[in-house]
Design a binder for this molecule. Structure first.
Ligand code: GLU
Length: 516
């Protein structure tokens, strides 16, 4: 167990240039868990300084995803806090004031090189294999000359005056350990662009310092920014936080996880029917382990136990199968009432209702029937919960996501019709003797109308193999295809109970026609 760290303040600082993706969500989870474990504060700061790529829709989407995952922040958008504003676009005055301070300290200088000049010199230096960043041409311009050129309106950026005699920049990364960058590799990078907008490496330090961030926990794509940022803290005369960089997440092909590997946004997983706590559980394991063997845990266990010393510096590999497995275990243990609650939005998406007539094919293309409206579906679920809850045992052991339960059970909502899988039909309904089997099944079940239950249905149908001298498998597959449309549907007797006698009878009659 790690010792409690005093005054923990950590932040998740997404740029709203896209959706909250898997990597960002993991960073958020680790920050949150670290704050909760140490009795600290978790802060959300939106880094929206890139006007071209930042949108308020993305911000809203990120906030939605964080909330859905169950991450709550102590300071940030919507909740406010002592160190706001928490949107960088609302902090420009602070950045301007700090620049004045840096100028007064002679820690920055104006650079008048145009982008074209810079590109030209960079190319030449690259060719000569001597390029090591900006050549510091403007660093030695006298104060008077610089002031005159600024006054004359000459476009300029502001660069950090790297202390060349400082020595290497070294820090102890809480994941990667001792890390060092030679000062000679760091150029006088830009803090403020010629249009007056501040750069990431500048504002991130100022904000982290002013928000009293104690630990910066973020992706290792920022590792090479860290020495620059340390120099900014030093120039500002503000305390440097501790750093913990998280190794990247790779796809199964060993390349950095990206869209090419399929769904990467948190919302896509939500839409596919994953549970927030399953995704949280899985993402927590992408680089951290509870004890090296436990796979399933909830948010409480995570926040009670999270520590950076159990975060691995090796890249984690995103394993969709493991996520599915974790999600499937949630379904197995959730119980029928929670299952129905989770199923309702998916029923609404497909307009499925008990006693409905909506026929979908195996790929969930609409074949026939009318979609029920959301209000009717919700009302019916309330009025007939037992029927909907009885679906749970049919899929509890089979569905990896709630969304998967829909194609598995859509035959329960298609009234007197069912969508037939052709291979199953030719194998089981067009087979020798199928019509006789189905007629007998119909007769056996017709006597049960007053005592319609899974057990009475099973009892009657189990008599057929002996009666007909046909193997049970052949009989049950024929009945299954007749009623459910395919050979791979969930448990048969339970399905028949849910279909009710009338739909069962109608479907058997149709199948008998096909079989003849
Ligand atoms: N806005 C940065 C990003 O999304 C955050 C960097 C940081 O955490 O310092 O990559």
């Amino acid at each position: 167990m790690t010792e409690m760290i005093q005054e923990v303040r950590v932040r998740f600082a997404p740029s709203p240039t896209g959706n909250l993706h898997i990597g960002g969500a993991r960073t958020a989870i680790y920050n949150w868990a670290f704050a909760r474990r140490n009795g600290g504060k978790f802060i959300l700061r939106i880094e929206d300084t890139d006007p071209e790529r930042s949108t308020s829709e993305n911000t809203a989407q990120i906030i939605r995803s964080l909330k859905w995952l169950g991450l709550d922040w102590d300071e940030g958008p919507e909740v406010g806090g002592e160190y706001g504003p928490y949107l960088q676009t609302e902090r420009f005055a602070t950045y301007g004031a700090a620049l004045e301070d840096l100028k007064a300290k002679d820690a920055v200088y104006p650079c008048f090189c145009t982008p074209e000049e810079l590109a030209e010199r960079r190319e030449a230096a690259m060719e000569a294999k001597t390029y090591s960043g900006y050549d510091r041409r403007c660093r030695d311009i006298s104060f008077e000359e610089a002031a005159a050129r600024i006054k004359a309106g000459e476009p300029h950026t502001w660069r950090l005056k790297i202390p060349l005699d400082r020595g290497d920049v070294t820090f102890n990364d809480l994941v990667f350990g001792a890390t060092s960058f030679p000062i000679t590799q760091l150029d006088d990078f830009i803090l403020v662009r010629s249009d007056g907008s501040p750069t990431y490496n500048y504002v991130v330090c100022l904000d982290d310092a002013l928000m009293k961030i104690s630990h910066v926990i973020r992706g290792d794509d920022h590792l090479s920014n860290t020495p620059k940022q340390i120099l900014v803290y030093e120039a500002l005369g503000m305390p440097t936080p501790r750093f913990a960089h998280l190794s990247m997440i790779l796809g199964p092909d060993g390349k950095r996880l990206s869209k090419r590997h399929g769904a990467t946004s948190v919302e896509a997983y939500k839409d596919e029917g994953y549970f927030a706590d399953a995704l949280l559980n899985y993402l927590a394991l992408l680089g951290w382990s509870l004890d090296g063997s436990t796979t399933l845990f909830d948010a409480q266990v995570l926040t009670d136990n999270f520590s950076l010393d159990r975060v691995s510096k090796n890249p984690a590999v995103f394993d969709e199968k493991k996520l599915e497995w974790i999600n499937a275990s949630r379904i197995k243990e959730m119980g029928a009432p929670a299952f129905v609650d989770a199923l309702v939005p998916h029923l609404c998406d497909y307009g499925l209702i008990r006693g409905g007539s909506t026929v979908y094919d195996n790929e969930l293309g609409l074949v026939d029937g009318k979609l029920a409206d959301t209000a009717s579906i919700k009302a019916d679920v309330e009025a007939n919960r037992a029927w909907y809850e009885a679906i749970y045992p049919l899929v509890a052991e089979r569905a990896r996501t709630i969304a998967e339960a829909i194609p598995m059970t859509s035959y329960l909502f298609s009234g007197d019709t069912v969508f037939y899988d052709e291979t199953s039909v030719s194998k089981c309904l067009k087979a020798e003797g199928a019509a006789v089997i189905l007629k007998n099944a119909e007769e056996a079940l017709s006597g049960l109308q007053q005592s319609w239950s899974t057990s009475s249905i099973e009892e009657e149908l189990r008599k057929l193999p002996e009666q007909l001298g046909v193997k049970p498998k052949v009989i049950f597959q024929a009945v299954r295809v007749a009623l459910c449309g395919n050979v791979v549907s969930p448990p048969l007797f339970e399905s028949i109970e849910l279909l009710g006698w009338e739909n069962t009878e109608a479907r058997l009659k149709k199948a008998i026609e096909i079989a003849n």
